[in-house]
Design a protein. Sequence first.
Length: 243
Amino acid sequence: MRFLILLAGLLVQAALAQSPSKPLRVLFIGNAILASTDIPGRVANLAQATGRAAKIETITSTGYSLEDHLREGKAAQALRQGWDFVVLQQDAPAADEAADFARPVKRFADAIREAGARPALFMAWPRGDRMREIREAIVAQRDASSAAGAMPLPVAEAWLRALAADRRLKLHTGSGTQPSAFGTDLAVLTVYLALFPAQDFDEAFVDKVAQALGTPAATRDLLFDAATRALDEPLALEKPRSP
């Protein structure tokens, strides 16, 4: 399988993994994309299924941006509880929203590092009726994570990889941001592999993860290919040109 030759990058990341006996403490801050799909909870379930200790909590509010979370203050206060990673998520920015998107990511990332944790950015997908903007959304989120010194969690890029392999895939349930079952699984797997790098990425590991996700055999290889390529082989995407 294609994804089994993409081990080098994932195994290098394994140096970041916590000791199996020490839980990896992860706080997710975001909106309904996380809450309605329970992506953080499913990442925790995958960690448990693969023998990785984890403490995962979430702070989400429907319709919130990261700026909203900063104004409210609850999320910033939670940083003091002690985390290894804090994952930031908001809706994918349009091309003309890149600067407004990047500012709160940077403010949060600085506060996260000050609290002794590592910031990560969940790179979200565009709405179903704006998927033509996915490349621009990826670039904007890459730039924001780079400027903030945050680890990118390339979920949108995994979606783009999957669509490139099979244009028939339905990754949304409609015209909004709500993902399909496959789209959710792809997000969960990408985030999980980034936060919990596999020390032994072999067929047994893949089978265990696929079983925990409930992934049908027909889509298993596509799911893993898209996630591992997004992590190991970032696409060369150009910034949108100014009009």
